[in-house]
Structures are given as structure tokens and as C-alpha cells.
Design a protein around this ligand. Structure first.
Ligand SMILES: C[S@@+](CC[C@H](N)C(=O)[O-])C[C@H]1O[C@@H](n2cnc3c(N)ncnc32)[C@H](O)[C@@H]1O
Length: 320
């Protein structure tokens, strides 16, 4: 069994993706999936081989280290060095030295590896969860080292937003608030489309966006999401986007209304808009004004900040 972490709030989306891939899921909770699969999924952050677990009253680091000592299987073909980490509520925490030493002893005994607390080849984690269980695992895949720039989404999150859109074959897709291009980068790498419109008002970001792909189906423009004159009416199947949150600079209060009026113009009937925002009330109200139906809204955590995913639909037939 393996365990993978992902941005909290997307449990339903991850469950659907795993089911579609025929993966057997044992447990799904706040940003964590325990399942059986060899495949890699781009929406996962860290992935662990689960070596032991505890639940209920036993869920404390002391019990977990003791359980690992009793039940850790012998792992053949392991070489090099490792270190042990203790994580609680998605944060690394300090534990008494005796606990670290006991855990290291167990791992050395079962793998033949050596301890390197500074520059290890791999890591073994004890993860304690608020749901009343914990597991001990070998880190198989670490989330990509890419450090997002200010306002940039992590690739896993951008990937999950694209999944929320459920792209039909030959979809015409658009991200008009593309920023550094986290969403289009996932679209280009992992999703089918026939045309992808990308835009932003910021000149420097548009220059960067132009380096994303040489694919002729990708059209990059310096454009305002409220006036997408280069996109014809009723021509877009999906918009997946992350408008400004008003965190770094205040947003114009008319932005949601004017943007969604423009989105309604370019969308095909039945088309879907997936929007990540920290001010969902403004966007839901604006959706009503633009006669877009709010099909779904769910809370997510983005770098510890509360946000929402909104799925809006342009009423009518076709496009789904
Ligand atoms: C939250 S950021 C998007 C970040 C992006 N998802 C990423 O991962 O890099 C919002 C972006 O919208 C752009 N923006 C602000 N107002 C805009 C407008 N009216 N039309 C188009 N883009 C706009 C900003 O320059 C910024 O890059």
C-alpha cells in the first residue's frame, strides 16, 4: 500500500481520478490517499510506501516508533543513507532524541542503510494525522523541488483544477489570468485540447508564458480577461483560471462581474468554468448576474490559506 499527499479539499476529485484509473483506495482524508497502485499521478505531492500504521488511542509517535520496531518488514535492495522525519498536521515536529534513535535503529536493522541527518539519500517519515491515525513510510517520491513564485500555484494544485474541468475531446480551453502559467503548463503536459488560449495583463508574465510551449495550438496574448476580443463568441469549452485574490494588491470590485460577463460571451452553451478564489461570495454573486449556474463550490487550502473552487456552467445544450 502507498500513501500520497495532495492539496486538502480535493478529496472528491482525487477519488474520481483514482477510480477512473482503476485504483483500489483504502482511505481518503484531508489531503491524503492510501491506495494500491504503481502509477504516478501528477496531482500528488509526496508518496510513501506504507510500512506500518497505528490508529485510535495508539496514534502517538512513541507508539508508532514501537510499532515500526515490531513490524517493519525487511527491505531488500536498499542502499545509501537515510534520515527520519516526524510530521504532525503537515508540519515537521521535533521529538525526544531517544525516539529518533530508536526509529533509526529499526531502519538500519531492516535495510542495512546508514544514517545521514544532513544530506541523506532518502527519508523515512512518521506521519501523525488529526483523524486519529498515523503511519510510518518510506518516501518514494518527493514533491517537485520547484519553488513557486509569488502568487504562482504549485503544479499539483494546477493539475487538480484542470481535472475539475473534465475536458471533453478536442476541447477549446482558456486561462485568461495565467500568471506564470501553472495551469496551462499542466494542460499542455497532461490534458487533451485542440486550442488553448492563455493571457495575462502583466507584460513580464506574458513574456514568460510565451516560452511555455512552441505548440501552434497554444495562443498567448497580453490581454485583459474582461475584454477577450481575440476569442470569438460561443467558442470555448472550458475556462480554468485563478484570478487575483486581492492579497498582494486590492482587486477592483467590478472585476468579477465584468470578467464573468466576458466569460459568458466566449463560452459554448454547456461549457464549464473552474475558478480558484479566496473571495467566492463575490464570484458567486457575479455568476448570477452573468446567468452562469454555480454547479459546485468546495473549500480548499492553498499554502495554508482558505480558498474555494467554483465550478460554473453556462446553461444550454452541448459542450459537456
Ligand atoms: C493569482 S495570479 C495567477 C497565478 C497563476 N495561476 C500562476 O500559477 O502563476 C492572477 C494573475 O492575473 C493577472 N491579472 C490581473 N488582472 C487581470 C486582468 N484584468 N486580466 C488578465 N489578467 C489579469 C495578474 O497579472 C496575475 O498574473
Amino acid at each position: 500500500m502507498v500513501a500520497s499527499t495532495f492539496p486538502a479539499g480535493f478529496e472528491g476529485v482525487v477519488a474520481k481520478c483514482l477510480a477512473a484509473a482503476g485504483v483500489r483506495v483504502f482511505r481518503m482524508c484531508g489531503g491524503l490517499a492510501l491506495y494500491e497502485a504503481e502509477d504516478r499521478f501528477p496531482f500528488f505531492s509526496n508518496t510513501f510506501l506504507v510500512l506500518s500504521s497505528v490508529s485510535g488511542k495508539q496514534a502517538a509517535f512513541e507508539k508508532m516508533v514501537a510499532e515500526a520496531g515490531r513490524s517493519m518488514p525487511k527491505l531488500r535492495n536498499r542502499r545509501g543513507s537515510f534520515r527520519v522525519r516526524f510530521s504532525e498536521g503537515n508540519r515537521f515536529v521535533g521529538v525526544p532524541k531517544s525516539l529518533t534513535l530508536a526509529a533509526e535503529k529499526t531502519i538500519v536493522r531492516n535495510t542495512g542503510m546508514t544514517v545521514d541527518r544532513v544530506n541523506p539519500g532518502t527519508e523515512y517519515w512518521f506521519l501523525l494525522r488529526s483523524e486519529g491515525f498515523g503511519f510510518f513510510g518510506e518516501l518514494l517520491r518527493k514533491q517537485t523541488a520547484h519553488k513557486p513564485r509569488r502568487g504562482e500555484l504549485r503544479p499539483e494544485l494546477a493539475n487538480l483544477l484542470c481535472h475539475c474541468a473534465g475536458l471533453p475531446p478536442n476541447a477549446v480551453v482558456c486561462d485568461p489570468f495565467a500568471g506564470y502559467g501553472a495551469i496551462p503548463a499542466q494542460m499542455i503536459r497532461h490534458f487533451p485540447f485542440s486550442r488553448l488560449y492563455i493571457g495575462d495583463t502583466d507584460e513580464e508574465r506574458v513574456t514568460l508564458l510565451k516560452t511555455l510551449s512552441a505548440d501552434r495550438r497554444v495562443a498567448v496574448s497580453r490581454s485583459d480577461a474582461r475584454a477577450l476580443d481575440h476569442i470569438g463568441p460561443g467558442s470555448v469549452d472550458r475556462i480554468v483560471t485563478d484570478p487575483p485574490w486581492g492579497v498582494y494588491s486590492p482587486i477592483d470590485s467590478s472585476l468579477p462581474r465584468e470578467t464573468l460577463a466576458e466569460f459568458a460571451r466566449i463560452m459554448k452553451a454547456g461549457g464549464k468554468i473552474v475558478l480558484l478564489t479566496a473571495c467566492s461570495e463575490l464570484w458567486v454573486a457575479a455568476a448570477e448576474d452573468a446567468a452562469l449556474e454555480t454547479a459546485e463550490t468546495f473549500p480548499v487550502l492553498v499554502n495554508g490559506k482558505k480558498a474555494s473552487v467554483l465550478v460554473l456552467i453556462k446553461a444550454g445544450f452541448g459542450g459537456l
